[in-house]
Design a binder for this molecule. Structure first.
Ligand code: NAD
Ligand code: UD1
Length: 338
């Protein structure tokens, strides 16, 4: 059985579907601070399989001990954490407590029960401001915000843990920009309040919940002046987790820390994303050019070759698929899971 911390959230719920379809059993631990059990019900509907869950916090060691005592957990995929960049400036202690202390507590419980296979949700933000495209050999930099720094700290803790005990098998998955939803539209990204990220903002403008999009900057040194990112379909990203887990669980593969970029390798600009959404879905997105957002980098995207070579994984879905599937989720669930 695979333990998914934060499995009710955006990336965890899509990964749960992929794992269940691949024949894995899963167990979710989530405190639902940024999600609801509704996503888990829908996973059961989509897959026709059980998606059991425990409501609880990863900082609660007694709860985790219970989980490991009562279930045969072979590996953990660790999604649980706080992820709003803006909020992390205002509440750095909450971010370090949840993300860093939470991960340490989880790792201590795993160590106590001899469970040593671990997949971690990291982020391309750990590269800081490095030359593009980013490869896994690109040295990590200094992320521009406290959220990003929690990810870098956790990566370093995991490396130290692996150095201390060579039985650990650890994957650091550095996500680029996940977007869209499962093709059938029952689960998707459901941000609380006004979205911080580009694509949920666009889809909420499209559905009429928000009047217009502010494009943060149009004089970056990019092909059209707006920022460029590596947007990846959430189902491709979810499949990357399954591939990483299979790799770690294969006894022929070495123990230790493995790092994989999960991106498409292609950069798309903010203005190109707006145009693609409009074209594919035949919906107008009113927007205005606004000042740059602090901490944004002009352009970054992955070199995804290592994941292709080692995991036999690559992003398959197109920009059109992303736009169609995002809109399918948003228009069928204008208020998310509520
Ligand atoms: P999400 O907020 O949808 O999911 C996170 C889940 O963790 C939520 O269900 C939340 O309720 C739960 N959670 C938070 N703190 C918890 C705690 N202390 N105990 C138990 N459960 C807790 O976010 P997501 O987009 O699915 O992201 C999942 C992971 O991937 C996060 O660690 C995030 O930092 C990382 N990540 C996300 C992105 C992205 O663009 N979405 C990019 C890079 C990395
Ligand atoms: C952000 C975080 C990153 C985190 C990732 C996933 C910052 C600086 N980085 O990445 O650490 O891992 O989310 O959660 O916040 N944009 C607009 N208008 C909007 C929203 C966004 O123009 O209303 C632009 C941004 O300027 C950016 C691009 O769209 O250029 C993508 O933004 P976003 O979706 O927030 O992702 P990142 O900034 O790449």
């Amino acid at each position: 059985m695979i333990l998914l911390t934060g499995g009710a959230g955006y990336i965890g719920s899509h990964t749960a579907v992929v794992l269940l379809r691949a024949g894995y059993e899963v167990l979710v631990v989530d405190n639902f601070c940024n999600s609801s059990p509704e996503s888990l019900k829908r996973i059961e509907k989509i897959t026709g399989k059980k998606c059991p869950y425990i409501r609880g916090d990863i900082r609660d060691r007694a709860l985790l001990d219970n989980v490991f005592q009562q279930h045969t957990i072979e590996a953990v995929i660790h999604f649980a954490g706080l992820k709003a960049v803006g909020e992390s400036y205002a509440k750095p202690l909450d971010y370090y407590h949840c993300n860093v202390f939470g991960t340490i507590t989880l790792l201590q419980a795993m160590q106590a029960f001899g469970v040593k296979t671990f997949v971690f949700s990291s982020s391309a933000t750990v590269y800081g401001n490095a030359p593009i495209p980013y490869t896994e050999q690109t040295p990590t930099g200094v992320p521009s915000n406290p959220y990003g720094r929690t990810k870098l700290h956790i990566e370093q803790i995991l490396q130290d843990l692996s150095n201390s005990d060579d039985e650990w098998k650890i994957a650091l998955l550095r996500y680029f920009n996940p977007v869209a939803a499962i093709e059938t539209g029952e689960i998707g990204e459901d941000p609380l309040g006004i979205p911080n990220n580009l694509m949920p903002f666009i889809s909420q403008v499209a559905v009429g919940k928000l009047p217009e999009l502010a494009v943060f900057g149009n004089d970056y040194p990019t092909r059209d002046g707006s920022c460029v990112r590596d947007f990846i379909h959430i189902m491709d990203l979810a499949e990357g987790h399954c591939a990483a887990l299979d790799f770690l669980q294969n006894p022929a593969h070495p123990n230790g820390v493995h790092i994989w970029n999960l991106g498409t390798g292609k950069g798309i600009s903010v203005l190109e994303m707006i145009a693609a959404f409009e074209k594919v879905n035949q919906v107008k997105i009113p927007y205005r050019i606004a000042p740059k957002r602090d901490g944004d980098l002009a352009e970054f995207y992955a070199n995804p070759n290592k994941a292709k070579m080692e995991l036999n994984w690559q992003a398959k879905r197109s920009l059109e698929d992303m736009m169609r599937d995002l809109w399918n989720w948003q228009k069928n669930n204008p208020n998310g899971y509520r």
